[in-house]
Design a binder for this molecule. Structure first.
Ligand SMILES: Nc1nc2c(ncn2[C@@H]2O[C@H](COP(=O)(O)OP(=O)(O)O)[C@@H](O)[C@H]2O)c(=O)[nH]1
Ligand SMILES: [Mg+2]
Length: 334
């Protein structure tokens, strides 16, 4: 395992691929690798991209990756890791790159690593697995890590909250706006993109989202941040107001502007102290989730099927209440 960690730190692609499979499929082995890598994480800028299916997220990710690799003159290229979680379009390897855009450049590019994660059947542990995959890429030295996920519910909110910058992608005429807002996605957006701006209704969608944003109560964010850490020592910086930007991922229109806004957001996070705050929140959440899992595993490992069945029988027969059964089961598992 030590050798594997050393190879990952050196950016060896086979080692990275190997480690990503292990952390996705074998918790115990994965934990050994993650422990070894942990001191080398915390450097990447993690960008979460979410929104309803079909809004053009994958295409947008392609363009962003392309621009990070081939930036405007005078800027340094960034290496990019991509984690795609999308049950509706399970692409593997280069398939994400599509064929229309400039992604053929990326296919043989060592500065890009693309991983798609299975989401079926494992929504519970998916946030943990995504976190682990991001840690591997972070340790491997990728400057930017993009996580694409479908914004369908709370599990996606959990996944995306490990990002420093959250981009919510909408498109005109999908009729999904209300659903997205219900899921609490808009509240965690740092940047909102109205993609497919070439289609009718883009202006309406933009106006609608701006109104929703004005209405959205941002106190949720502030509460979480202020309870998580001491106030930032840096001089006060005016709060970030999530911009709404129109793009056409099909042609690449608006992508340079989007990259610029992402950079402004990361500058804002750093100058306001929020970069560290968000890291702290993400790590606390990860610790809590891990403790829940660990406690559950230990408890389950100590309870025989016989005891379990007998408790369920007693509850079904109304002999004891569920609460008493829980207390009894906890006692018996010691
Ligand atoms: N008209 C138009 N179609 C787009 C645009 N961006 C993406 N698409 C199309 O929308 C469909 C879904 O794109 P995809 O990137 O897979 O969406 P995802 O499900 O959000 O990842 C594809 O057929 C794209 O060609 C755009 O800016 N304009
Ligand atoms: Mg997609």
């Amino acid at each position: 395992m030590k050798d594997l960690a050393v190879s990952i730190l050196a950016g060896d692609r086979n080692a990275i691929a190997n480690a990503l499979s292990i952390v996705e499929n074998d918790v115990d082995l994965g934990n050994i690798i993650l422990d070894a890598l942990f001191p080398h994480t915390g450097k990447a800028h993690i960008i979460g991209i979410t929104g309803p299916p079909g809004t053009g997220k994958s295409m947008l990710v392609n363009h962003l990756a392309g621009l990070y690799r081939h930036p405007a003159e005078g800027k340094y290229p960034c290496s990019v890791g991509i984690i795609a979680i999308d049950p509706s379009s399970p692409f593997t390897g280069g398939a994400i790159l599509g064929d229309r855009v400039r992604m053929r450049d990326l296919a043989g590019d060592n500065g890009v690593f693309i991983r798609s994660m299975a989401s079926r059947g494992s929504l519970g542990g998916l946030a943990q697995k995504t976190y682990a995959a991001a840690q591997v890429m972070d340790a491997a030295g990728f400057d930017i890590i993009i996580i694409e996920t479908v914004g369908a519910g709370q599990s996606e909110v959990n996944i995306i909250q490990l990002a420093q910058t959250v981009i919510v992608v909408e498109a005109p005429g999908l009729g999904d706006d209300i659903q997205v807002i219900k899921a609490g996605i808009l509240e965690i957006a740092d940047i909102i993109v109205v993609n497919k701006a070439d289609l009718d209704g883009a202006d309406n969608t933009e106006r609608y989202l701006k109104t929703m944003l004005d209405l959205a109560n941002k106190s949720y964010d502030h509460e979480m941040i202020s309870s998580a850490v001491e106030p930032a020592k840096n001089p006060p910086v005016s709060p970030w107001i999530p911009p709404v930007k129109k793009t056409i991922a099909l042609t690449g229109d608006g992508m340079e502007v989007l990259i610029q806004i992402i950079k402004e957001h990361s500058d804002y996070l750093k100058s306001s102290g929020e970069w560290n705050t968000r890291q702290r929140i993400a790590l606390s959440r990860h610790l809590l989730e891990s403790i829940k899992e660990e406690l559950y595993d230990r408890w389950q490992g100590n309870i025989s099927k016989k005891i379990w069945d007998s408790m369920v029988d007693q509850v079904c027969d109304r002999k004891i209440s569920p609460r008493s059964a829980i207390l009894e089961l906890l006692k018996k598992s010691r």
